[in-house]
Design a protein around this ligand. Structure first.
Ligand code: FES
Length: 83
């Protein structure tokens, strides 16, 4: 069994306490080895360009990219669910 999940965010969501102090950083890029917590791996996404979908392996190494339009055709939808 396998699945494709498309993450579009390039930074964590910061969880703050009632004083505004950050108490947790939640990974929103999908590359953290400490998921659901951010480990800084989102730095790998900083050079990603609009209009492309990037492919990473299980170790978080970028292994390819495809144009977004081609990805939509492969997935069979104009609006793939994204995180
Ligand atoms: S947001 Fe994913 S590692 Fe930081």
């Amino acid at each position: 069994m396998a699945r494709i999940i498309i993450y579009t965010r390039k930074a964590p969501v910061l969880v703050k306490d009632s004083r505004g102090v950050t108490v947790a950083a939640i990974c929103m890029c999908g590359l953290s080895k400490k998921y659901p917590y951010c480990d800084g791996s989102h730095i790998k996404t900083q050079d990603e360009e609009e209009g492309k979908i990037y492919i990473y392996d299980a170790q978080g190494t970028r292994i390819g990219e495809i144009p977004e339009e081609k990805a939509k055709k492969l997935l069979g939808t104009e609006n793939p669910r994204t995180v």
